[in-house]
Design a protein around this ligand. Structure first.
Ligand SMILES: [Zn+2]
Length: 380
């Protein structure tokens, strides 16, 4: 492996400010790296300036997916950074920059491994599809788009390169962010019988939703309980007026025992019942994400663990994640195993002075390559 090139690819990616936008710059950069190789390159536009990129290597044989997101989170207050967030800096065995951990290092390591495979001169017995997505940090809508457009359903396995410190994340919770709004009729508070208070049915909804969610006691063995928090509530304009508008928001972390469809259905039932009694409530969701069911019994998880432990001599445990990933979208396309395995430690994600150890990054570049070979051999 050309380590200098590997590091350059990562630092070039880190120099692109793709904070919640401008992913096309990342897509163009990656596409240029593959321009002279026999691969299929497809740009899938989410919005102007926001392109997903799909690069498929090989024509036949088992198809392994490599998933990485092109966006990063906002750098926040730049004065908290030791080095400017979009001026990648090598210092003390580490590479600093926004996205160094989450997750341009994982993405770059996947790219490097594909380039190395293409240059190996060996006949490759399988295929790899790189799925570089937009908007992972703000709703996974790039992954949703790739899933809908059919880029995922033919995969035989998928590795998501989010930071995992070489452990294998085999499951994570899902998320339902919801908003309920309530309408009424505004009148003077001295004649409330002529108006309609928007706050009261919202309170009924809040109480019923909370007690129903609290009744879901069955725990997932790894992820634990479903949780529900009513996180915002607002309504009314003036102390002596009957409020005609109110809204609340809630955040639910789901487990495979209580799938998103079931939970959304339950919330909607509460609303339908209150509406039948005279309320005027409506619900909307913001990018719900389904949980990733436990993958620890999959052939891919076991294979990856064996490779990390035996070929790279590193500890490798199966772990559970707290946040959702692009997996929440991709698993809706079919029945293939999905694991989250990336070279970064993940300790500095979304923080100032985000970094990855150079040694870990280079190991990641090699790991994905070895994994691809082992995957092809086992799945043929
Ligand atoms: Zn990430």
């Amino acid at each position: 492996m050309d380590e200098k090139r590997a590091i350059k690819i990562l630092t070039d990616l880190l120099a692109i400010d793709s904070a919640n936008d401008h992913e096309s710059l990342v897509a163009d950069y990656i596409a240029a790296l593959f321009a002279n190789y026999p691969v299929q390159i497809e740009r899938i536009t989410y919005k102007p300036g926001r392109n997903n990129l799909v690069v498929t290597l090989g024509n036949k044989g088992p198809l392994l997916g490599f998933s990485g997101h092109e966006d990063v989170v906002d750098a926040g207050n730049q004065t908290n950074w030791q080095f400017p967030p979009f001026t990648p800096t090598l210092y003390d065995g580490k590479i600093y920059g926004r996205g160094a951990s989450d997750m341009k290092s994982g993405l770059a390591a996947m790219i490097v491994s594909m380039l190395d495979l293409l240059e190996s001169g060996k006949k490759l017995p399988g295929r790899i599809r790189l799925l570089a997505s937009v908007g992972e940090e703000t709703g996974e809508y790039g992954a949703a788009q790739l899933t809908k457009k059919g880029y995922v359903q033919d995969l035989d396995g998928l590795i998501i390169g989010e930071p995992s410190n070489f452990n294998i994340r085999v499951t994570h919770k899902g998320i339902i962010d919801y908003y309920v709004s309530s309408s009424g009729k505004c009148v003077h508070s001295s004649i409330p019988q002529e108006g309609k208070n928007a706050i009261m049915p919202l309170i009924q909804f809040a109480q019923q939703a909370q007690s129903l969610m609290d009744s879901h006691q069955e725990k997932d063995p790894i992820l634990g309980s479903l949780t529900h928090v009513i996180s915002q509530i607002q309504g009314g304009n003036q102390i002596n007026s009957v409020p005609d508008q109110a809204w609340l928001s809630g955040n639910i972390r789901t487990t495979p025992k209580y799938p998103n469809d079931q939970i959304c259905g339950e919330l909607e039932q509460i609303i339908a019942k209150l509406n039948s009694e005279g309320a005027k409530l409506s619900i909307r969701y913001s990018y719900p994400e389904v949980p990733l069911p436990d993958q620890s019994n999959s052939q891919l998880a076991r294979l990856a663990q064996e490779v990390v432990q035996q070929e790279f001599g590193k500890d490798c445990e199966f772990t559970a994640g707290t946040g959702a990933t692009d997996a929440s979208e991709y698993i809706q396309a079919g029945n293939f195993p999905v694991i989250i395995l990336g070279p970064a430690e993940g300790k500095t994600d979304h923080q100032p002075n985000e970094f990855i150890k150079i040694e870990d990054y280079l190991l990641g570049c090699k790991l994905y390559q070895v994994l691809a070979w082992r995957f092809w051999q086992e799945y043929i």
